[in-house]
Design a protein around this ligand. Structure first.
Ligand code: AMP
Length: 409
């Protein structure tokens, strides 16, 4: 089995990963780190939960430490772009954890918080800058930071940046980076638009992938409960009281939905934290901290707000509403069964969502629900246990085109 030292990592990084409790590299790390260390461009197909952050952060740290230069004032030596504030903050945490034995500086540039402290942090120059695109462009426009010094550039969760409409901003940012840079692009999915972006910005990239997105982690038991839309709240309350009694994430499709569900749960005596794009940065941080510290065991989240959130010990994921895009289902349920644990994913499906469920079943190659009518007594009926293969004869061939989630942030 490959070890971290087989990958060519320096001693200070080996100590840091050991301190994190990592014993062996994950698949994406084993595949990507040698290319990263060799200074090659990398196109990584990996969702969150696969260890992708270390896959690009470890080689970056090693290369920056090895050349030993100091950043010039108002410049950075490496740049990581991420779609959301939460993800950017999490990447920064990883940089600091993995780089704890190195003397490299790092800082965060994200929207929704005051610019002053960011400007102050950028003034002397920084080794690694982690940023969301909008705020970075603001700072660049004001002359606060230059990025033509960035030797390494990472675009993380590129598919999410595409969904959020960041591609024009990314193109403007990339135009200011040096041609000689090393570029790494990571994305859970690889639609044509991302391939095109990669073709523009990566030179002879090495393509590496973690478990394909269409194969959810084997350790997650998946179940569907058929219910009328108006009964969903009662069914959810029942699940949270009787079955999902540990740390649970409830996903809704919209911001308003998240608020409504959280309110309903509070009224039902099940306090829940809600996290979505309408909340202020501080509210989001507080909600996440409460969830991480187990002060609140239930987190209600929209997909974009939850993107990249990494909390161990999530026992259940409940899909209060099914996502419009089947791949999002795989991301959602991947929040459980982390770090070798088992997990349970329960999805509530009303009659209007049957079509979405079929798209999901086609993607994961598994039937989650038997195609028989819902019982007339109105009680939810648990879905067929997982493991049964989708019967091809029942599949209706339908051209699938991914829909955009409009109110998802
Ligand atoms: P990521 O996909 O980068 O969001 O990482 C998901 C989780 O896996 C994080 O909690 C990491 O701390 C953890 N992790 C990353 N690499 C390893 C590893 N080699 N062994 C065990 N856990 C890891």
């Amino acid at each position: 089995m490959t070890t971290f030292s087989d990958l060519g990592l320096a001693e200070s990084l080996l100590r840091a990963v050991a301190a994190e409790g990592y014993e062996t590299p994950t698949a994406i790390q084993a595949a990507a780190i040698p290319h990263g260390l060799a200074g090659e461009d990398v196109l990584g197909i990996a969702q969150t939960g696969t260890g992708k952050t270390a896959a690009f952060v470890l080689p970056m740290l090693q290369r920056l430490a090895a050349d030993g230069r100091k950043p010039e004032p108002r410049t950075c030596r490496a740049l990581i772009l991420a779609p959301t504030r939460e993800l950017a903050a999490q990447i920064l945490d990883c940089i600091r954890a993995y780089g704890r034995f190195l003397k490299l500086s790092s800082t965060l540039v994200v929207g929704g918080v005051k610019a002053g402290p960011q400007i102050k942090a950028l003034t002397p120059g920084v080794d690694i800058l982690v940023a969301t695109p909008g705020r970075l462009l603001d700072h660049m426009g004001e002359g606060v930071v230059r990025i033509d010094t960035a030797r390494v550039v990472v675009l993380d969760e590129a598919d999410q940046m595409l969904d959020l409409g960041f591609f024009p901003a990314i193109r403007r940012i990339m135009a200011k980076t040096p041609k000689t840079r090393q570029t790494q692009l990571f994305s859970a999915t690889m639609p044509e638009a991302i391939r095109a972006l990669a073709a523009d910005f990566l030179k002879a990239p090495k393509e590496v992938r973690a478990t394909p997105v269409s194969k959810p982690v084997e350790r997650i038991a998946q179940r569907v409960i058929e219910t009328a839309a108006e009964d969903k709240r009662a069914v959810l309350t029942d699940i949270l009281r009787n079955e999902a009694q540990g740390r649970t994430i409830v996903f809704t499709r919209t911001k308003h939905g998240a608020d409504r569900v959280a309110k309903h749960l509070a009224q039902a005596g099940l306090p829940a934290a809600a996290i979505h794009g309408n909340k202020s940065q501080n509210q989001r941080i507080r909600a996440l901290e409460a969830f991480k510290s187990a002060e609140t065991r239930i987190l209600v989240a929209t997909d974009i707000a939850a993107r990249g959130i990494d909390v161990d010990g999530v026992e259940h994921v409940v899909n209060f509403e099914l996502p419009n895009v089947p791949e999002v289902y795989v991301h959602r349920i991947g929040r459980t069964a982390r770090a070798g644990a088992n997990g349970i994913a329960i999805s509530l499906c009303d009659p209007m969502e049957r079509k979405l469920l079929r798209d999901i079943e086609r993607l994961i190659g598994k039937t989650l629900l038997q195609a028989s009518p819902a019982p007339s007594n109105g009680l939810p009926r648990p879905g067929k246990p997982e493991g049964s293969k989708t019967a091809p004869t029942r599949r209706r061939r339908r051209k699938h085109s991914p829909r955009r989630v409009s109110d998802a942030a």
